[in-house]
Design a protein around this ligand. Sequence first.
Ligand code: DP6
Length: 389
Amino acid sequence: MAEKVYQCTVSAPVNIAVIKYWGKRDVGLNLPTNSSLSVTLSQDDLRTVTSASCSKSFEKDTLWLNGHAEDISASKRLSVCVEELRSVRRELEKENDSMDKISQLKVHVVSINNFPTAAGLASSAAGYAAFTEAIARLYDLTWTPTELSRIARQGSGSACRSLFGGYVSWEMGELHSGADSVAVQVEPVEHWPEMRVAIMVASAAKKGISSTSGMQATVASSTLFQERIKNIVPGRMQAMKQAIRNRDFETFAKLTMTDSNQFHACCLDTLPPIFYLNDTSRAIIRVIENINAAAGKTVAAYTFDAGPNAVVYFLEENSSYILDALHAVSKHAEGWEESARNPTSVKIDDVASETVSSGVSRVILTKIGDGPRILSPEESLIKEDGTPK
Ligand code: DP6
């Protein structure tokens, strides 16, 4: 008779930081040099779906990521997450005789992103959040998202923030063990659901220098970075939380843009310098400035991670105004098909307009969203025999 295959399927969202995580004080445990804060994006548009399974018939811990098989034990980040969750399950099994002894079994995990991996679209965040959540659910762990965030963080720092929906902070903590370096929800989606997002994809190619090695180089060489972590981020975290609580978009937007700019300034202050922004990114910044100037107030905010893609935040009430302007400079990009747009009233710099027009290949329109979801067995990515569908 075929061995029983236990399984569970979840999805997890992407998050985009408005106060950036950049720098580790402990590389092994993935402990950051500063706290950070992000907005979780809707899984209706961007998500990672992950099925985790275990069975006596499996021979080794294996992950199939977008169709490619990898040995989990060969990746420190993946195996740390599996082993931590396994040991929690093992303890539960010891205490409770009636529990199936599944912690002894090998796991098969199948994961799919519906967006380009490593395009600077935070795929590692959604990926490790889904990976952690799926195995935790497979093991029936009744942990809170904050408790799970300690494990996801060790896979990829920013992943700890994808265990919540809404507005999420990652508190850096003080302990050497990392026990207090966890994610917490600042406010749920319902508090300020009007937040909208346009992602302008300037390159879907794999990025140059990874965030992991980039941030290590910054920690080692940038003096501006020392100023940032000691004297800037702590106050900015407080101000950002307050802006979110007050639903104060102008303050939220100014802090978001300033923090993105400072993160990229620290990259430039790194030896050798790191350039994530390209001409298209800088032209998008100019377009957002034009949009805000024409509105007479800050109605749109840009932010960039470790790549040239822009993420633009705005409120639903300004959606038509902003999307008409963004459409005017990226008409031929994929992604506009479903929205009929009007001519823009914004006077946009000609050079910026041409640069954006030739550099942006795709636009993803989305909004703030909720945290990981448990999906139905029909949505599983794993066949009855434990191999990928
Ligand atoms: C620029 O979480 O990818 O997106 O912890 O080394 O896996 P590792 O880094 P990662 O870094 C993300 C950095 C960022 C800013 C952010 O998301 O806060």
